[in-house]
Design a protein around this ligand. Structure first.
Ligand code: MG
Length: 99
C-alpha cells in the first residue's frame, strides 16, 4: 500500500501516468521551450509569457525526471561543482578580456 501522505506530486504523477509517458513528456516540454527560445531569438518575437510557461513546464518535468531515476542528490552535487567551474572560467575570461 502506498503511503500517500509522504508521496510527492512528482512521485504521484509517475505512479499514476507511468515512467515512460512521463519521460516522453520531459522531451515534449523541452522541445516546446526550445521552440519559444528560437522564436524569440531568430524571429524577435515578444513571447516572454510563453517562455515563462514553458520554463515552468520544463522545470516541473526535470523534477519528475530526477524523481524517476532517483538522482536528485547526484544532480545537485554535480551542479554545485559545475557552477564552481563556470565561475572560475568567468573569472579567467574577465581578467583576460578587461579593458
Ligand atoms: Mg509546455
Amino acid at each position: 500500500m502506498i503511503n500517500k501522505q509522504k508521496e510527492t506530486l512528482y512521485e504521484r504523477a509517475l505512479r499514476v501516468w507511468g515512467k515512460d509517458p512521463q519521460m516522453l513528456q520531459v522531451i515534449e516540454e523541452m522541445s516546446e521551450l526550445t521552440k519559444e527560445i528560437l522564436k524569440n531569438v531568430n524571429r524577435k518575437k515578444d513571447n516572454t509569457a510563453e517562455i515563462i510557461e514553458e520554463t515552468a513546464d520544463v522545470e516541473i518535468m526535470l523534477e519528475q525526471l530526477k524523481c524517476c531515476y532517483h538522482i536528485k542528490d547526484e544532480v545537485e552535487a554535480y551542479k554545485k561543482e559545475k557552477l564552481k567551474k563556470i565561475e572560475k572560467r568567468l573569472d579567467e575570461w574577465e581578467q583576460t578580456h578587461d579593458k
